[in-house]
Ligand binder design. Structure first.
Ligand code: MG
Ligand code: MG
Length: 241
């Protein structure tokens, strides 16, 4: 998916001193050069192409002149529309060297996403994904954000069903083969509570501790979900840096 390549474009520039607005420009240019449209720009009035959420910002951070610093983490969330179909994916990057605790947070959040994917098989219920994500995240001592959830995706950015990152096995709607959903754990180092900033968008952790966010779009299938977005391109870039 194009959105996966857009994230990899941005990945190449993530280093101390780079502003989140610069990253936004890279993403927008790349998306438009590929004859696609940034899906977030103008969505309910959101002003930019990316959501860039630094440290205690959970999601929906607005790109700005803030320059990334050594030890920061930044979640880059990107959406595109190509030929009428939506793609949506997010990855949280370490800027330079981060603390071992934060490294753990990133690893567990990423792993909780992978656990969620394993549960996205036809005949299962959405709650099976929710449980898998929550179980993995909490096993590392981290907490799961409740106020924001994953979602169906297709001809619209957000479609039913909602895909919470917490819940009980066997609960929620049953999933059929071909259902396309975004699984996107938002996991906090400290407590689960969040607060909304006065810009109307940015969500931060209430306790000021860091939060991580990874997101895939997947198509539910019989034995193993088909992951439609990939982190492969990002990781190729990171391994060369
Ligand atoms: Mg997203
Ligand atoms: Mg999403």
């Amino acid at each position: 998916m194009l959105v996966s390549r857009a994230l990899a474009e941005v990945a190449a520039y993530i280093t101390p001193g780079i502003s989140t607005l610069f990253l936004d420009n890279i993403a927008e240019t790349f998306i438009r050069d590929n004859r696609a449209i940034p899906a977030f720009k103008g969505y309910n009035g959101f002003p930019k192409t990316l959501c860039t959420s630094v440290n205690d910002e959970v999601v929906h951070g607005i790109p700005s002149d803030y320059s990334l610093r050594e030890g920061d983490i930044v979640s880059i969330d990107c959406g595109v529309v190509l030929n009428g179909w939506y793609g949506d994916s997010a990855y949280t990057f370490a800027v330079g060297e981060v603390t071992p605790q934060v490294k753990d947070l990133l690893r567990y959040t990423r792993d909780s996403l992978e656990e969620g994917v394993k549960a996205a098989i036809s005949g299962n219920r959405v709650g099976d994904i929710s449980f898998a994500v929550q179980n993995k995240a909490e096993s590392g001592g981290f907490s799961v954000v409740r106020e924001l959830v994953g979602h169906g995706i297709g001809k619209k950015l957000h479609e039913p069903p909602e895909v919470p990152n917490f819940g009980r096995k066997g609960s929620g709607p049953k999933m059929g083969k071909g259902l396309v959903i975004c699984i996107e754990p938002m996991i906090n180092l400290g407590r689960k509570e969040t607060r909304q900033m006065s810009d109307g968008w940015t969500i931060k952790t209430a306790d000021g501790k860091p939060s991580a966010h990874f997101e895939y779009a997947v198509a539910v299938d019989r034995n193993r979900a088909d992951v439609l977005t990939t982190f492969e391109f990002i990781e190729q870039v990171l391994n060369k840096m």
